[in-house]
Design a protein around this ligand. Structure first.
Ligand code: ATP
Ligand code: MG
Length: 751
C-alpha cells in the first residue's frame, strides 16, 4: 500500500480507490475533498498505470490546478505535466483551440474579456439607437451570460423570451435582438467571450458527435472539484464527456454554493444522483482544517439555512480559542485594529505574514485596510483587484498582438487603429464596421480597400496601418513569440510613445509593457511548454484571473481578497471584516429567503477558511458611495452560537454611548456580556509608530542597548541568542515587561 494512502481516513481512501464508475463526494468544508481528488489522480497514474494524458480534472482556479499538479508531481514525477487539468474555461478553451474550425471559428480565435464584451455591446446598443439608461451594458451582459449558462441560444431566446423569466419581454424587449447581433459580431470577429468557451464546447459536442467521441475515448477519468458551483452548461459538458465510461468523480459541498448569481445550480447535485443510477455517494464529515470552536461556530451558522443536505461536520482538532469580535467606530479604526491585531499575533506566535488573510464582501472595502497595513509596514497582496493584464498599456499591446493574429477582431481593431494617434476618428471606425456588417464582409476586407467607405483623407493613414499589420504578421511567422512581440511593440510606436512620456505614470506604464515582454520571454523560454506560439500565450493570458497572478517575488504577505476568491483556500488566521447590515448580507441579497441563504453560505465559506483563529469585525460608521453612513452589526453575527465567540478584549475601543446597537448587536452583546466584563482589564493601545519609522538594522545589537519597538515601545536588551539561524533577543520593555523576539521580524530600532 502506498504511504500517501495511509494519510487518509477510511471514507477518503474509499474515494481514492473507487476509480471505476460514478462517484460523488458531498462533504463539509475542510474535510479533505480536494485532497481526495489529488490523491486519486496520483493513485490512477501510479497504481493503475493510467496515462495522465487521459485524465481530466476541473478545478475552480488555475492556481488550484497548479497546486494540485505540484502535489501530484511529488508523488508521480514529471508525468503529471500531461494531465488535462485546470478551470473549465482553460481546459475547454484548449480543446476549442484544436476544434473550433468545426464551428466555423478560426482555431486561433480571440478571447474577449468582460471589458471587450461590454465595449461591443455598447456599440450595438448605440447602433440600434436604444436608450442606454434602460439597456445598461451590465444588465444586458448579465442577461446574455445567464442565457448562455443555461444553454439558451440567441434564437431560442428570441423565440421565447419568457424562458428567461425576467423583464426581457416587457421592460427590455430588445435584449434578444441585441443577443443575436452580439453573437454574430463575435463570430465575425473570430472571438468568443468567457461564456462562449463553455457554450461553444457544448455546441461542439452536440453538433459534432465524431469530435465528442474522440474526447470520450481519450478521457478515461474525469474529476470535478467544487461541483456545487457548476452551472447547467458545465454540467451538460461533464455528462456528455463521461457518458461512455462513466468514470466520473465529483466533489463538492452544497453548503458552500455561492455562485447562483452566475447560474450555478445546486440542483446539479441532485440531478447527478438521478442521472447515474449506480452512483456511489461518499460522505466525509471529519474536518481536518480548523479548531473545534471554528467548526462548531460554522455549523451553528449554516444550521439556520433551510435548504441543505444533512451533514454532521466534526473535528478531532483542539478546541482552540474563541472567535473574536472586533468592534470599531469607523472603517478607518477597523482597519487600524485589524492591522494592529495582525502585527501582535504574528509577533506573539511567530507566524508569517502569509498565515494571515483579510476577507471582505466587496473589493471596495479594501481601501481603509490597505492604508492601515501600509502605515504599519505590513506587506500585503490584494487578490483580484485591478489585475496587471487589465491595465490600459498592457491591453493596448495585447490588442496589437491579438489583431496581428486575427484581423477580424473588432474590439482590438477599435482599440489600436488610432493608437498612437494617426488622425483616424471614431466616426471613421464606425463607418468601417458598419460597412463590414452591411456588406456581410469580413472587417479586414473593408479595411484593406477602405477608400470607397471613408473618403480619401483618412484612407492614407489606414493604408499605412494595413501595411504595418501585414509586416507584423510576417514577423509572427518568422520569429518566436518574444521577438515578434518586441518588434510589434516597437514598430507600432507604442514603446516610443510611452518612453517619451517622462511623467511618473508614463514611466510606470513603460515598465509595465517591458514586464509584459518579460512574461512572453519567460513563456518562450519555459522548457516544459510544448506550444510556444504567441497564440498560446495570448490564450493563457486571457484566462488568467486576478487570483492566478503571481508576479510577486516575495510570497510572505498578508492576503486581502473577497470571500468568493477565497473558496477552497485556507489560512491560519482569518479576519472577516465589514460584518454589517447592508454590506454583509449585501443590501441586494436580503429580499428573498433564497438570496439570504446564499449570502449565509458565503459567510459559512468565510468562517471555514480559518485554521487556528477567526476574527470578525464591524464598524459603526463607514464611507459608502462617498458619504459617511452609520451602520449596524450584521444579522449574521447573531447566527453564531454565543458559546463560540467573544468580544475582543484587546480593543474594546467602542464607547457604549456611540451609535445605538441594533437588535442583533444588543442580543449578541447580552449573550456575551459576561465574557466582556470578566475579561482582564485592558491596556489601551496608545503607542503609535512615528510617521518616519524605519525598521532599524539590528545586526549590531548588544546587551544593554536601548531599543524602540513599534508596538511595545521602549526597552532594554537583556540577553542575546545568536546561536540558531534565527537571532533572538530578550528585551525588557518599560510598559509590558520582558519579551523574547526574533530579530528578523521584530523591526527594532536602536536608540
Ligand atoms: P473546502 O471545502 O474548503 O474546499 P476540502 O474539503 O477540499 O475543503 P481540503 O482542502 O482537501 O478540504 O483539506 C483541508 C485540510 O485538511 C488540508 O490542509 C488537508 O491537507 C487536510 N487534510 C485533509 N484530510 C486529511 C487527513 N486525512 N489527514 C490529515 N490532514 C488532512
Ligand atoms: Mg476543496
Amino acid at each position: 500500500m502506498n504511504e500517501y494512502l495511509d494519510t487518509l481516513n477510511e471514507p477518503q481512501r474509499e474515494g481514492v480507490l473507487t476509480t471505476e464508475g460514478p462517484v460523488m463526494l458531498i462533504a463539509g468544508a475542510g474535510s479533505g475533498k480536494t485532497r481526495v481528488l489529488t490523491f486519486r489522480i496520483a493513485y490512477l497514474i501510479q497504481e493503475k498505470n493510467v496515462d495522465p494524458f487521459s485524465i481530466m480534472a476541473l478545478t475552480f482556479t488555475n492556481k488550484a490546478a497548479k497546486e494540485m499538479r505540484e502535489r501530484i508531481e511529488k508523488v508521480v514525477g514529471s508525468d503529471a505535466r500531461s494531465l488535462m487539468m485546470g478551470t473549465f474555461h482553460s481546459v475547454f478553451s484548449r480543446i476549442l483551440r484544436a476544434e473550433a474550425h468545426h464551428l466555423g471559428y478560426p482555431n486561433n480565435f480571440t478571447i474577449y474579456d468582460t471589458d471587450d464584451a461590454k465595449q461591443l455591446l455598447r456599440t450595438i446598443i448605440k447602433e440600434k439607437g436604444l436608450d442606454d439608461a434602460i439597456y445598461k451594458v451590465n444588465t444586458v451582459l448579465s442577461r446574455i451570460s445567464a442565457a448562455k449558462n443555461r444553454l439558451i441560444s440567441a434564437e431560442e431566446y428570441l423565440r421565447n423570451a419568457e424562458l428567461m423569466g425576467d423583464d426581457a419581454a416587457n421592460m427590455r424587449p430588445e435584449i434578444g435582438a441585441i443577443y443575436k447581433i452580439y453573437t454574430m459580431r463575435l463570430f465575425k470577429s473570430g472571438a468568443m467571450d468567457f461564456d462562449d468557451l463553455l457554450f461553444n464546447t457544448d455546441k461542439l459536442f452536440k453538433e459534432h458527435l465524431d469530435v465528442l467521441n474522440k474526447y470520450q475515448q481519450r478521457i478515461q477519468y474525469l474529476m470535478v472539484d467544487e461541483f456545487q458551483d457548476t452551472n447547467l452548461c458545465q454540467y451538460y459538458i461533464i455528462r456528455k464527456l463521461a457518458a461512455v465510461r462513466e468514470n466520473v468523480c465529483v466533489v463538492g459541498d452544497d453548503a458552500q454554493s455561492i455562485y447562483a448569481f452566475r447560474g450555478a445550480d445546486i440542483t446539479n447535485i441532485l440531478n447527478f444522483e438521478r442521472d447515474y443510477s449506480d452512483l456511489k455517494v461518499i460522505k466525509l464529515e471529519q474536518n481536518y482544517r480548523s479548531t473545534s470552536n471554528i467548526v462548531q461556530a460554522a455549523n451553528s451558522v449554516i444550521k439556520r439555512n433551510r435548504a441543505q443536505l444533512p451533514k454532521n461536520v466534526w473535528t478531532a482538532n483542539e478546541e482552540g480559542k474563541l472567535i473574536e469580535l472586533i468592534k470599531a467606530v469607523s472603517d478607518n479604526e477597523e482597519g487600524r485594529l485589524v492591522a494592529t491585531s495582525i502585527f501582535q499575533e504574528r509577533m506573539q506566535h511567530q507566524m508569517k505574514y502569509s498565515d494571515f488573510a483579510i476577507l471582505y464582501r466587496t473589493n471596495s472595502q479594501s481601501r481603509a485596510l490597505e492604508e492601515s497595513l501600509r502605515r504599519m509596514n505590513i506587506p500585503y497582496r490584494m487578490v483580484g483587484g485591478l489585475s496587471f493584464y487589465q491595465r490600459k498599456e498592457i491591453k493596448d499591446l495585447l490588442a496589437y498582438l491579438r489583431f496581428t493574429m486575427n484581423q477580424q477582431d473588432e474590439a482590438s481593431f477599435r482599440r489600436i487603429i488610432n493608437l498612437p494617434k494617426r488622425g483616424i476618428g471614431d466616426a471613421t471606425v464606425d463607418k468601417i464596421v458598419v460597412a463590414a456588417n452591411d456588406h456581410g464582409a469580413p472587417l479586414w476586407d473593408i479595411v484593406q480597400n477602405v477608400t470607397p467607405f471613408v473618403g480619401g483623407r483618412v484612407a492614407g493613414p489606414i493604408d499605412d496601418f494595413v501595411a504595418m499589420i501585414k509586416r507584423f504578421a510576417l514577423e509572427i511567422e518568422r520569429k518566436d513569440a518574444y521577438d515578434a512581440a518586441f518588434e510589434i511593440a516597437k514598430g507600432s510606436g507604442l514603446l516610443r510613445e510611452l518612453y517619451e512620456d517622462k511623467t511618473v505614470e508614463g514611466l510606470s506604464r513603460y515598465e509595465n509593457v517591458q514586464e509584459l515582454l518579460n512574461a512572453i520571454k519567460e513563456f518562450t523560454d519555459d522548457p516544459e511548454r510544448q506550444d510556444k506560439s504567441l497564440g498560446a500565450f495570448l490564450q493563457e493570458v486571457s484566462l488568467l484571473t486576478g487570483q492566478d497572478e503571481e508576479k510577486d517575488k516575495d510570497p510572505d504577505k498578508v492576503t486581502l481578497m473577497t470571500i468568493h476568491m477565497a473558496k477552497g483556500l485556507e489560512f491560519k488566521y482569518v479576519y472577516m471584516v465589514g460584518m454589517e447590515e447592508d454590506l454583509f448580507p449585501s443590501q441586494m441579497m436580503i429580499n428573498s429567503r433564497a438570496d439570504l441563504e446564499e449570502e449565509r453560505r458565503l459567510f459559512y465559506v468565510a468562517i471555514t477558511r480559518a485554521e487556528k483563529r477567526l476574527f470578525l469585525s464591524y464598524a459603526l460608521s463607514r464611507y459608502r458611495f462617498g458619504r459617511l453612513k452609520n451602520s449596524e452589526p450584521s444579522r449574521f453575527l447573531d447566527d453564531i452560537d454565543p458559546a463560540f465567540i467573544k468580544v475582543s478584549s484587546k480593543f474594546s475601543s467602542v464607547v457604549e454611548s456611540t451609535p445605538p446597537p441594533s437588535q442583533y448587536a444588543k442580543k449578541l452583546v447580552s449573550g456575551i456580556r459576561k465574557t466582556v466584563t470578566s475579561a482582564p482589564p485592558t491596556r489601551p493601545v496608545t503607542y503609535k509608530p512615528p510617521a518616519d519609522f524605519v525598521p532599524g538594522d539590528t545586526s549590531k545589537l548588544q546587551v544593554g542597548m536601548r531599543v524602540e519597538h513599534p508596538k511595545f515601545g521602549l526597552g532594554t536588551v537583556l540577553q542575546m541568542d545568536t546561536s540558531g539561524a534565527d537571532r533572538k533577543a530578550r528585551i525588557g520593555f518599560k510598559d509590558i515587561g520582558e519579551k523574547t523576539l526574533l530579530l528578523s521580524f521584530a523591526k527594532l530600532r536602536i536608540i
